[in-house]
Design a protein. Sequence first.
Length: 410
Amino acid sequence: MQICVVAIDTRGGVQPYAALALGLQQAGHRIRVVAPEDFTGWLIGMGLDAVPLPGRMDDAARAAAQTGFSRGVVPKGMREQLVRQSLANARALLDYADGSDAVLGGIGGAVLGLDVAERLGIPLVHAHLHPVGAVSPALTGVLTPWMPPWTGAAGNLIGSAITESALTLPFRAVSRAVRTEVLGLPRRRSRPSSARLSVYGFSRHVVAVPATWNVTGYWFLPEEQAWTPPAELVTFLDSGEAPVCIGFGSMVSGDPAATARTVTEAIRRAGVRAVLLTGWSGMSDIAASDNVLVIDQVPHSWLFPRCAAVVHHGGAGTTAAALRAGVPAVVVPHGVDQPFWAKRVAELGVGPRPLPRPMLSASSFATALRTTLADDGMRARAARLGELISAEDGITAAVDLVSRGLTRTT
């Protein structure tokens, strides 16, 4: 079966879809991955047929940071740009997906994938990294982690409704433009089918959702057997106690120099050793020292288990990697879904209270580091959760669900 996998996200969000694509390919399906152009070389290198959408995700992340899109609202100034980019993406996706038996995508992929699949007369497989896709009193809203616990089922119903509206309403104008200008479809979509195929790439040990949902466990890439750690990293890890890993992934800071100063001072106050992953955050201004190693990026599956704790931004993919590693996490959420994952980490007892990015200071950061490293119970809970997550085989479960589901619908 020919499946077009649409992965429109940052690196941490594309990686689980790459893992699922490899699993589907190994099961005998013909796979094409459609992703932003800055990821296609990486995807091709792992043996996938990958084709580029116009534009780079790192450029989009910088633009989003400058206009406030990271807070989950599409600013007025970005709307026309979003429509233009979506029209270009839709034209490319329509061409790439032609001849496929199905399109597969999550929040980012489904925005375009649903309309393109309708135009081609093929099903869309909803493959999500988050608990989204329904309004339910049993479902916590991903975009409403601030909802007080005492609101119970009513709060869940309100929160999940707010989340679903926030994930769909801002893109209705985009969908209408794509449908009429590119796909030749009616402006409005027909009512979605209740029989749609949905799979979820997270763990029930982390998020409680209705028992009827197809939750498979996380979608992790296989270990990179050919990858060799830099000699300087190995030397640093071997030269003292386990360090803290600090990295904010694809989150672009408006003032990277200020972020660098905050991180440096917190490391000094906490008296810890640290590996700093610069990523897209622009923190490369931090100078290496006997206690700090600055490096661009390292496979999380290799580095995280070798650290005493992980400090990250709370993206779905990075949260999954940190939880599987079995070490405590200090989460500094920047926006969108990140406060939700940060709250789950704290509620599970595998990390301290979140440190929202606007409230981050050297003092609060240092306190969180000291508290985390001194908490034996937190460390034990993190190790146990890591074992439970590692025991799941999310790829095999997802491949089986997708294969059986598409056999019934095509």
